[in-house]
Design a protein. Structure first.
Length: 274
């Protein structure tokens, strides 16, 4: 199949490499020509795609010329950059491009951040409560609706916190103001996210799935083990006891997907001290 990975970053680039290894024809987009040249030097077919106000006719033409069967959107919502409103428009534009090229499927990499901050188990069937217009949850939900209503078959993957090479959770522990021993660690390894995306090439059409390590522990246990494995020591603070939501992967597992790392400690151990 011809597959375009929109966003050649921490997830998109290893995903593209894996898809190429499976024999697919793969293109990876970047927002600048400079970024495309760097990818081409690494052996990837690449073209510029600047979703939002900078999208131009030349970029649309390059996308339509490649004419992908599958479109995989791997770009983050930009919540930390305080530009989340663009996220909805970006997915609107990508959905229109998918419709134009008559794509077979759009695979959206969404986030479990779409769920409300409640100390409950979160399943895909949960109704998303009405949120303030500019809230994170509302904007993420609107992004998903652009895909759902885009007129092209889709799969939406709500990923929990991503860990993997160059993204060791111990690096983030010192920035945390408080770590709870009552809140679940909702995390998933890069390898399992890539495997879930590949699984969606042939499964899960017009459905939403949580992608998170099925067996987990508290955030405090998680970060204590992570910092113990890491090469830079970090003294854990005293735990707080605030409960939080738990993302559930039952639907994905029941669909036939097998996690490489079914327990969060297995995912951590695979990282070692890197």
């Amino acid at each position: 199949m011809k597959i375009v990975v929109v966003g050649g970053g921490w997830l998109g680039l290893p995903l593209a490499k894996h898809l190429k290894g499976l024999g697919h024809i793969v293109a990876v987009t970047k927002t600048t020509q400079e970024g495309c040249l760097l990818l081409e030097k690494q052996g990837y077919h690449s073209f510029a795609l600047s979703l939002g106000k900078d999208l131009n006719e030349e970029q649309k033409e390059a996308f339509e010329t490649f004419s992908p069967d599958i479109i995989i959107g791997c770009f983050p919502p930009g919540l930390r950059a305080k530009k989340p409103a663009n996220y909805v428009e970006n997915w609107s534009q990508l959905s229109k491009l998918a419709h134009t090229v008559k794509a077979q499927k759009v695979i959206m990499i969404s986030t479990s951040g779409v769920y409300p901050t409640l100390a409950e188990k979160m399943y895909e069937c949960r109704e998303l409560a009405s949120q303030p217009h500019d809230s994170k949850q509302n904007l993420l939900s609107k992004g998903e609706l652009e895909v759902i209503n885009g007129g092209v078959p889709y799969s939406i993957l709500r990923c929990s916190g991503l860990i993997g090479p160059n993204r060791h959770p111990a690096r983030f522990a010192p920035r945390l103001k408080a770590i709870s021993d009552k809140a679940p660690a909702n995390m998933v390894h890069l390898d399992d996210v890539i495997a879930a995306i590949v699984f969606m090439l042939e499964n899960g059409t017009n459905q939403i799935f949580n992608v998170t390590t099925p067996e987990t522990v508290s955030k405090y246990e998680f970060y204590r083990r992570a910092t113990g494995l890491y090469h830079e020591p970090f003294s854990m603070p005293a735990p707080v006891h605030t409960p939080d939501k738990q993302i559930m992967a039952d639907k994905l597992v029941n669909t036939g997907f097998t996690f490489k790392y079914p327990h969060i400690f297995e995912a951590l151990d695979a990282l070692g001290d890197k």
